[in-house]
Design a protein around this ligand. Structure first.
Ligand code: NDP
Length: 302
């Protein structure tokens, strides 16, 4: 069993090395995103995960700049992921919106660009736009998010590049076994969103018992489970102590029995799926709107 550290990388199917643990920033306004990203970089994180949807790419960009300045690290020491906004999907639109995203983040390339959700009718064309950006060297890797086996198959049939990553909801209660089996066949890495179940998995008694046995917290046990399951993981916190805690998962190891105990908690209970979206035929579903924070008008861009 490999002993990981915060610099451990997952080698993607195109040879690009992606950190195995990073920081998520969903539900975080620009100011807070800036502070947490700066803090995380100071604490040794190199992977940051955002999305236009979160309305905080500008704050994340400021946090990256401040983190690099504080640590003396270089841009290429970091691995930045963002995602094509659902309302921007389609071939031309995806290409047109690319420069605005780079401007918000203050970057001239992206390490991993994902399709946020498989929007009906447009995700294949969106994928073709991502292939164009990838072949032009504007992004180091391209991938998808919230794609199940059928969406992945459509991309594989229509495209010329195999997605490097599928970022899906993954935590003890939703382990997405079917998608993971499919992804494995094509060497598509799985990245866990809401690895802590948005906080909900932290009070699970079985995980607490394992945590007590190792003198670790439940968050640390869950994140260690991800690493040992070969899953890239991006816990979100805006608190420095938790940012440090979530990366302090390298001094213990879960036994096979403990791994199995956590695997057995799987109920495939997703918190968010396609039917929750307006564009998937649900008139009351989520609309294609960027999360709006009072201080981030620059992130609402059309
Ligand atoms: P997480 O599972 O990472 O949980 C975050 C919650 O747990 C927050 O409330 C945080 O609070 C709390 N928390 C974090 N660490 C600890 C700790 N050590 N102890 C106790 N509580 C803790 O949820 P997210 O939904 O944010 O998922 C992570 C990331 O995944 C997102 O931020 C985003 O980048 C990505 N994502 C992608 C999606 C997609 O569709 N592709 C969908 C959803 C998420 P606090 O901040 O106050 O510390």
């Amino acid at each position: 069993m490999a002993q990981f550290n915060l610099d451990s990388k997952y080698v993607l199917n195109n040879g690009v090395e992606m950190p195995r643990l990073g920081l998520g920033v969903w539900k975080t306004d620009n100011k807070t995103a800036e502070t947490s990203v700066t803090q995380a970089i100071k604490d040794g994180y190199t992977l940051i995960d955002t999305a236009k949807q979160y309305g905080n790419e500008t704050g994340v960009g400021r946090g990256i700049a401040a983190g690099l300045e504080a640590t003396g690290k270089k841009r290429e020491d970091l691995f930045i992921t963002t995602k094509v906004f659902n309302g921007d999907q389609g071939f031309d639109s995806t290409l047109q919106k690319f420069e605005g995203m780079l401007k918000r983040l203050g970057l001239d390339y992206i390490d991993l660009y994902l399709i946020h959700w498989p929007v009906d009718d447009t995700f294949v064309a969106t994928w073709q736009a991502l292939e164009t950006l990838y072949k032009a060297g504007r992004v180091r890797a391209i991938g998808v998010s919230n794609f199940d086996e059928t969406h992945l198959q459509q991309i594989l049939d229509a495209g010329t590049v195999v997605p490097a990553v599928d970022q899906i909801e993954f935590n003890p209660l939703v382990q997405d076994t079917k998608i993971r089996e499919f992804a494995k066949k094509y060497d598509i890495a799985i990245e866990a969103w809401s690895p802590l179940g948005g906080g909900a998995s932290l009070t699970n008694p079985a995980i607490q018992a394992i945590a007590d046995a190792h003198h670790k917290t439940t968050a640390q046990v869950i994140l260690r489970f991800d690493l040992q399951s070969d899953i890239i993981t991006i816990p979100k916190s805006v608190h420095e102590a938790r940012i440090i805690e979530n990366a302090d998962v390298y001094d213990f190891q879960l036994s096979q029995a403990e791994m199995k105990q956590i695997e057995d908690l799987n109920k495939e209970q997703r918190s968010l799926w396609l039917d929750d979206f307006y564009w998937h035929g649900n008139p009351k579903g989520y609309k294609d709107e960027v999360d709006q924070w009072p201080d981030s008008p620059e992130d609402y861009d059309a």
